[in-house]
Design a protein around this ligand. Structure first.
Ligand code: P6P
Length: 335
């Protein structure tokens, strides 16, 4: 039972029973992400004022310039999840390889792994556009007490125990699921607390917004081109509206509230698309499905894909169920 305006802390305590097998670690993990989100939010909100914008002079494994705030956010989330005897490993978009975290307490062995995109859409920071943090949580599959292995991270999305995002927008929100629906909490900067502002979020079954970088149109597969044209033609509730922020969290958050589809297809330039399966597509897919939507790679369920590498990319179509199904129809027809 959710009561509007509960604090996140009250909500976690009240819903502790939902976290099967967990003696409070999962709650404490969500709590540590909440705290790190507040610290990152403070820096994101004043990024224009301090020399924290601009490339840190380094590039991540994706070959993308690391904005200083990317590096800062990565450090803060890793710090928040270490030394709490909850997590045995972390994989991050900003880290080439996964990080092993040893338990500090012989009597207790950490059993969760976290995959995180600490600041997604960071190229938007210096133009003052919303950015987000995305996280995904699994129970490890290798024996507890041994060092974490790559296979602990290469699990299909259907084995996630929690996933969520923080959107640093006109307000800062934490939206997450533990497999029992999706709830959104808004940060009140005056008190530093997150309040349950969007209980039991639901993806509208259909919508009139399509989100895709149409600059890549000529490079898309024929089925994607046909679906985009379908969205633009007169007929029924069409033409739809095109809305694309270039920040995955922001585009999906808006579409979850208003109804819509977000697409990052493969193209002749990017054979597997751009988005990463493990710390972008799977967590967003868990949220989308828990809210009643659909998340696909164009031909099958994103969360059923068996990962092969930490930073692998996949095509992504996520949002209102009927819109994703229609897009899949076009891709099936023209594959
Ligand atoms: P493009 C940000 O880099 C990101 O990973 C997502 O947040 C966003 O939706 C997408 O890439 C934007 O990519 O190629 O359209 O600029």
């Amino acid at each position: 039972m959710t009561q509007k305006n509960q604090t996140l802390g009250e909500f976690i305590i009240e819903n502790q029973s939902n976290f099967k097998y967990s003696s409070g670690e999962l709650s404490r993990l969500i709590n540590s992400i909440r705290l790190a989100g507040k610290v990152v939010n403070y820096e994101v909100n004043k990024a224009g004022l301090v020399d924290i914008i601009g490339a840190a002079g380094d590039t991540n494994i994706q070959g993308e310039d690391q904005q200083k705030l990317d590096v800062y956010a990565n450090e803060k989330f890793i710090q928040a999840m270490k030394n709490r005897n909850i997590v045995c490993g972390i994989a991050s978009e900003e880290e080439d390889d996964f990080i092993t975290i040893n338990s500090q307490d012989e009597q207790h062995q950490n059993k969760y792994v976290v995959l995180i995109d600490p600041l997604d859409g960071s190229s938007n920071i210096d133009v003052n556009v919303s950015v987000g943090t995305i996280f995904s949580v699994y129970r490890r599959v290798t024996p507890i007490g041994t060092p974490v292995q790559l296979e602990d991270f290469l699990q299909p999305g259907n084995r996630q125990v929690a996933a969520g995002y923080i959107i640093y927008g006109t307000s800062t929100m934490l939206v997450y699921t533990t497999g029992h629906g999706v709830n959104g909490f808004t940060l009140n900067p005056a008190t530093g607390s997150y309040y349950l502002s969007h209980p039991e979020m639901k993806f509208p079954e259909t919508g009139r917004i399509y989100s895709v970088n149409e600059g890549n149109y000529t490079h898309f597969p024929l089925g994607v081109k046909k679906y985009i044209k379908y969205c633009q033609e007169e007929g029924g509730d069409r033409p739809y509206t095109s809305r694309y922020i270039g920040s995955l969290v922001s585009d999906i958050h808006r579409n979850m509230i208003k109804g819509g589809i977000y697409m990052y297809p493969k193209s002749s330039k990017l054979a597997d698309g751009k988005l990463r399966l493990l710390y972008e597509c799977n967590p967003m897919a868990f949220i989308i499905e828990q809210a009643g939507g659909k998340a696909s790679n164009g031909f099958g369920r994103i969360m059923d894909m068996n990962p092969t590498e930490l930073h692998q990319r996949v095509p992504f179509f996520g949002g209102s169920k009927k819109m994703v199904e229609k897009a899949e129809e076009f891709m099936e027809l023209h594959s």
